[in-house]
Ligand binder design. Sequence first.
Ligand SMILES: [Zn+2]
Length: 94
Amino acid sequence: MTRILFWLALVFLVVHAVRSKLREFQQPREPEPGPAAPTPTPSARQARADARAIAEAETMLCCAHCGIYYPASETVRSKGRDYCSVAHAALPTA
Ligand SMILES: [Zn+2]
């Protein structure tokens, strides 16, 4: 009997946790209530910072040998393929 109660309680807790997480994802966060500011808001500043971060983001490439993703500036080109390191570029291709 104790085991059944334990499992029921466990199932209830898991279902409750999953439902609360789903509710958290479904409800978009409401903006903070406050006086309207005519100057650029923190969200406008955030948008500019995001745009700058996207502009600075570097292209990632996939190594032809191991499949790892690495910055394009670190690529080692060999036989028309991109590799993450000199060691992988030197390995014979299968
Ligand atoms: Zn590699």
